[in-house]
Write a protein that binds this ligand. Structure first.
Ligand code: GRF
Length: 234
């Protein structure tokens, strides 16, 4: 199967999936990286440092950088810039994105820290074929505004004892599509958001690779009530 991964940030999930595809754990090829932030990490951090001086809350963005695009370029994976914006004037329109994905014969779309809502046309063109990973146990701590360290800060502030990543199918809203897989990690009494994020991210790489492997091997069954289940490998 042919995979397109959408990334805005560091790209560690993208790298985990790419490595799994190279090693054969995932039977598929990563044929494109789609990003709204194509610039390199250093330039991007500098640009945001300028903003930070004016008091915007951008600390986690600075940490995120643009590692995904760097990794794609280093590995000869085509980088598609979407959408067009001030910081990415070389970007393309939604129609052009659909054409590009068609030309690349993409079967599945994997969102991995892509911060923008994807165009509705994409959701309609790729039914049951778009996954996202979110760093909390959805439906808790999901939706617009819950991204990056904000999720982990909210989990800690709530007093929840457990957290963990959710892999879900994508619909036209943020974080509301059907859950495909989850992993649980403890929230420890003195956790900082960064510590919890690291613990969750470690599980993200594993659960996303497992879910993508199942998708590529056609091991997802849809229960009558619309719940997707992963069949184990025989
Ligand atoms: C992850 O925490 C993911 O759950 C969220 O964005 C983050 C992306 O991390 N959607 P990375 O860019 O894959 O390192």
């Amino acid at each position: 199967k042919r995979l397109a991964v959408f990334v805005s940030g560091g790209g560690s999930n993208f790298r985990a999936i790419h490595e799994a595809a190279l090693s054969g754990v995932v039977i598929g090829d990563v044929v494109a990286l789609v990003t709204d932030k194509p610039g390199d990490r250093d330039a991007f951090s500098l640009q945001l440092f300028g903003f930070a001086r004016w008091g915007f809350d951008v600390v986690e963005w600075i940490d995120a950088g643009c590692g995904g695009a760097e990794h794609a370029r280093d590995n000869g994976i085509p980088v598609v810039v979407f959408p067009k914006s001030k910081s990415a004037p070389e970007g393309i329109s939604a129609d052009e994105l659909l054409n590009a994905l068609r030309e690349l014969r993409v079967d599945f779309i994997l969102l991995a820290g892509y911060l923008k809502l994807i165009p509705i046309e994409l959701v309609q063109t790729y039914p049951k074929s778009i996954l996202n990973i979110h760093p909390s146990l959805l439906p808790a701590f999901g939706g617009k505004g819950y991204y990056g360290l904000k999720v982990h800060k909210a989990v800690i502030a709530s007093g929840a004892r457990y957290s963990g990543p959710t892999v879900h199918f994508v619909d036209e809203h943020y974080d509301t599509g059907r859950t495909l897989a989850q992993r649980v990690v403890p929230v420890l009494p003195n956790d900082t958001p960064e510590q919890l994020a690291t613990r969750v991210l470690h599980e993200e790489h594993q659960v996303y690779v497992e879910a993508v492997a199942a998708l590529c091997e056609d091991r997802i069954v849809w229960r009558e009530d619309g719940v997707p289940l992963i069949k184990s490998q025989t």
